[in-house]
Design a protein around this ligand. Structure first.
Ligand SMILES: [Zn+2]
Length: 88
């Protein structure tokens, strides 16, 4: 069994490769963890524009990390989702 992680928006459990990890450290703030090995707290989102748009709308990352999140993080998430869509 591969480990499953839960998308913080739709709460579906998926394999790590189908999700984007966002890492949070107090000093650095939230950032996209492309390597999936960054230290700090992690949150997962589907690689779909829908879940990312919902996360932004509901401030899901802000709530998960109890801190403000740079809007650029959401922009990069959107770009990552678009890239994933192009591949399929
Ligand atoms: Zn999702």
């Amino acid at each position: 069994m591969k480990p499953l992680r839960m998308c913080m928006v739709c709460r579906q459990r998926k394999e790590k490769q189908d999700l984007i990890r966002i890492a949070y450290q107090k000093e650095r703030g939230a950032e996209i963890d492309h390597s999936k090995t960054m230290p700090g707290r992690g949150a997962y989102l589907c690689k779909t524009g829908d879940c990312i748009a919902q996360a932004q709308k509901r401030k899901a990352l802000e709530r998960a990390f109890s801190d403000s999140v740079n809007p650029a993080v959401y922009e990069h998430l959107m770009q990552t989702a678009k890239g994933a869509d192009d591949e399929s």
